[in-house]
Design a protein around this ligand. Structure first.
Ligand SMILES: *[C@@H]1O[C@H](CO)[C@@H](O)[C@H](O)[C@H]1NC(C)=O
Ligand SMILES: *[C@@H]1O[C@H](CO)[C@@H](O)[C@H](O)[C@H]1NC(C)=O
Length: 202
């Protein structure tokens, strides 16, 4: 069953790629020079991109963000940004489940504890992983995938973006929005990669 799920998820990825990719963060103008992924992202706790999320990675369980890993940074990488989004919601825009920025260049992955809020930080919205989170639809660190009855499977994209210059936070809200983050990375994108988890209400 798990194998079937995985294979189906992969087909969905291939079939849906063309139709729905335009909603994704990585389809926006900042990525004009990078239409295809350049960084390989792994999720050893769940499996290859296109795998179905297990219960603990959805709102029905612990609601964990998949732990991801990637290779050492390219020479020009200054920092990373990570976004989690669902382009398959039946609305015109992709739903942002989480957005994380100023991820230090020396990180080659993110683990569950990285996403806990850092208390007593002089900077608001700081996480223990040493980076900040931006605005999702609940103003929380992460909104785990939840059931949408009768909609079929949704794909949850986790996109890591390498930047060759740091994000300027002066003109962003304190809880930065997806649009503000996009505006601030124009001319700074130096590569990206993605991992996709699939979830369908049981
Ligand atoms: C912030 O926005 C103002 C007005 O658009 C602009 O003049 C300024 O250069 C921007 N600052 C940064 C750091 O981008
Ligand atoms: C970052 O990369 C872009 C090309 O994507 C380039 O135009 C820009 O000059 C680079 N910035 C730095 C600081 O190297």
């Amino acid at each position: 069953m798990r194998y079937l799920h995985c294979a189906f998820g992969y087909l969905l990825l291939v079939a849906g790629a063309r139709a729905r990719h335009s909603k994704l963060f990585t389809s926006q103008p900042a990525f004009a020079d990078y239409p295809f992924p350049t960084i390989s992202i792994e999720c050893t706790e769940l499996g290859p991109s296109g795998t179905y999320l297990d219960k603990d990675h959805t709102s029905e369980g612990a609601g964990l963000i998949p732990a991801l890993s990637w290779p050492s940074p390219a020479d020009d990488t200054v920092e990373y940004l990570l976004i989690s989004e669902d382009p398959d919601a039946p609305i015109p825009e992709s739903v942002t489940h989480g957005i994380y920025y100023r991820i230090p260049r020396d990180k080659t992955g993110v683990q569950h504890p990285d996403f806990r809020i850092k208390k007593k930080s002089w900077e608001p919205y700081m996480l223990r992983g040493g980076f900040k989170y931006g605005k999702n639809r609940q103003d929380s660190v992460y909104v785990p995938p939840s059931a949408f009855f009768g909609q079929g499977p949704h794909r949850y994209f986790f996109e890591l973006v390498a930047l060759n210059d740091s994000i300027e936070t002066d003109n962003m809200s304190v809880l930065a929005t997806r649009g503000e983050v996009h505006r601030e990375i124009i001319g700074k994108v130096a590569g990206w990669g993605e991992w996709v988890g699939v979830f369908e209400s049981p």
